[in-house]
Design a binder for this molecule. Structure first.
Ligand SMILES: Cc1cc2nc3c(=O)[nH]c(=O)nc-3n(C[C@H](O)[C@H](O)[C@H](O)COP(=O)(O)OP(=O)(O)OC[C@H]3O[C@@H](n4cnc5c(N)ncnc54)[C@H](O)[C@@H]3O)c2cc1C
Length: 437
């Protein structure tokens, strides 16, 4: 206690950044970062999960979750029942020309036979809180400004952060840092992990509208996406979707999986596409409830190396979006888990060399898991965008039931290794051996 003659000085404002440290820092609490932080924390590692925004926060998305994502959620002990707020769906409806076919998600040994829909504001907060409940130290409003590096080795040793609304400078240190900061991944760029220009870049845009079809039990994909202003009415390599949200609205959007040589106003294209929806959807411009928003889809493992100098790249930061569908959440979560498993192994090693060897296994894990399927996905996107490849039937061929079945199998990446179905076995095999870099 200060005596009566002593003055109480106001607390000195720190001029130098304050410091904190952990075993692992994960930058970004999207699906990739929260999944990685959850699995790391569960093994007892001290994990800092740094997120620039505060939950709940919006993330532009189609809100469609396939059985691959359901598996990851169940593995994290998340209740995915309808009573817990999830809308379940049975499969995918593919529409091409005048043909519409419904494909149920297969019930497989590794994956459940249903998918889910949930708004990202809700979904991402749930995952981040799950990671925190498992022991990860979640810090919101922690905007990572850049890496801290060892001058001699160039290795990452932590990150500098602007913390809170007052943007107070803080430094966090850890021997291993995970970049889960999404498509723009400033952290990877600052560590000189540039985007591969030989990989296609996609874009996706979405909005919501009120519709009587809001509780549709199938995700709906319209395959013959064209620009109605194009006199040649060329097919675009992608599709438009309508995903019922179960709350009176549907998420409607379009994804173009290769924008090479295409310079379109995507918002305008989506508006025009929606205006052509059949009357049963009750689409009108007045039924739209949110502005059209979109962003790039980093696909085909397009940012590399996925590990070097203490930094691992997961999710969109590492370009894990599927080039065949634009699906990104399942792969973000899976890559987060692969990274966590790798880090746990590395942490248990006794020497620097051993740790480094263990960490270097991560890029190979990603390649083994995805390179084959992503190569098939590229092929599927090519078929969508270049109907001549489909042979004499041309674009109309896409409406053929057998081709729609193949399109479904190529798109979903859900196969059973020992299936009796010949196509299933073939895709599983090609997915494992197709070349990829
Ligand atoms: C229009 C559209 C529709 C889509 N629809 C679907 C769909 O229906 N299903 C599907 O599976 N995929 C879909 N995707 C893809 C999917 O959204 C992404 O693949 C997925 O969000 C990737 O997760 P992530 O955790 O890697 O990155 P993100 O979800 O982008 O999360 C990154 C996190 O890092 C934080 N962050 C960024 N910078 C910093 C920083 N400097 N400091 C601290 N934190 C930072 C961000 O705030 C964010 O929370 C869609 C994409 C788009 C654009």
């Amino acid at each position: 206690m200060p005596g009566p003659d002593q003055q109480v000085r106001p607390e000195r404002q720190p001029t130098a950044p304050t410091e904190d440290s952990a075993d692992v820092i994960v930058v970004g609490a999207g699906p990739a970062g929260s999944t990685a932080a959850y699995h790391l924390a569960r093994t007892g590692l001290d994990v800092l999960l740094l997120e620039k925004s505060a939950f709940p926060r919006e993330k532009v998305c189609g809100d469609g979750l396939t059985p691959r994502t359901v598996k990851q959620l169940v593995d994290m002990g998340i209740d995915v029942s309808e009573e817990a707020g999830w809308l379940h769906h049975r499969g995918l409806r593919l529409i091409s020309g005048h043909r519409s076919m419904e494909f149920d998600w297969p019930e497989l040994s590794a994956f459940p036979g249903h998918g889910l829909v949930r708004r990202r504001a809700d979904f991402d907060e749930l995952l981040a809180r799950k990671a925190a409940a498992a022991g990860a130290r979640l810090v919101e409003r922690a905007n990572v400004a850049g890496p801290l590096t060892d001058e001699r080795s160039g290795r990452i040793t932590g990150v500098s952060v602007k913390l809170g609304e007052e943007r107070r400078p803080v430094e966090y240190r850890a021997p291993i840092v995970v970049a889960a900061d999404g498509n723009s991944t400033r952290l990877s760029v600052a560590m000189k992990r540039y985007r591969r220009t030989d990989r296609a870049m996609g874009v996706a845009y979405r909005t919501y509208f009120t519709t009587p079809r809001h509780d549709d039990r199938y995700l709906e994909a319209w395959l013959d996406l064209r620009d109605s202003n194009d006199p040649a009415r060329r097919l675009l390599p992608g599709y438009a979707w309508v995903f019922g949200m179960g709350d009176g609205t549907a998420n409607v959007g379009l994804g173009v999986l290769d924008t090479t040589g295409t310079d379109l106003d995507w918002r305008d294209l989506l508006r025009r596409w929606c205006a052509d929806l059949p009357p049963g959807y009750a689409y009108t411009p007045e039924a739209v409830t949110e502005p059209i928003r979109g962003s790039a889809l980093p696909m085909g493992l397009n940012r590399q190396p996925h590990y070097a100098d203490g930094l691992l790249l997961i999710g969109d930061a590492g370009g894990t979006v599927s080039p065949g569908t634009g699906e990104g959440i399942a792969y973000a979560m899976e890559s987060g888990r692969y990274a966590a498993e790798t880090i746990v192994q590395a942490h248990a090693r006794r020497t620097d060399r051993g740790r480094e060897l263990a960490l270097r296994a991560y890029p190979q894990k990603l390649r083994s898991a995805y390179a084959g399927y992503f190569a098939l996905g590229r092929l599927a996107a090519d078929l969508l965008g270049r109907p001549r490849l489909l042979g004499a039937a041309g674009a109309a061929g896409l409406g053929h039931p057998a081709l729609l079945k193949v399109a479904f199998r190529l798109m979903v990446n859900l196969t059973e290794p020992n299936s009796k179905d010949a196509l299933d076995r073939l895709l599983h095999l090609i997915g494992r051996v197709a070349p990829g870099r």
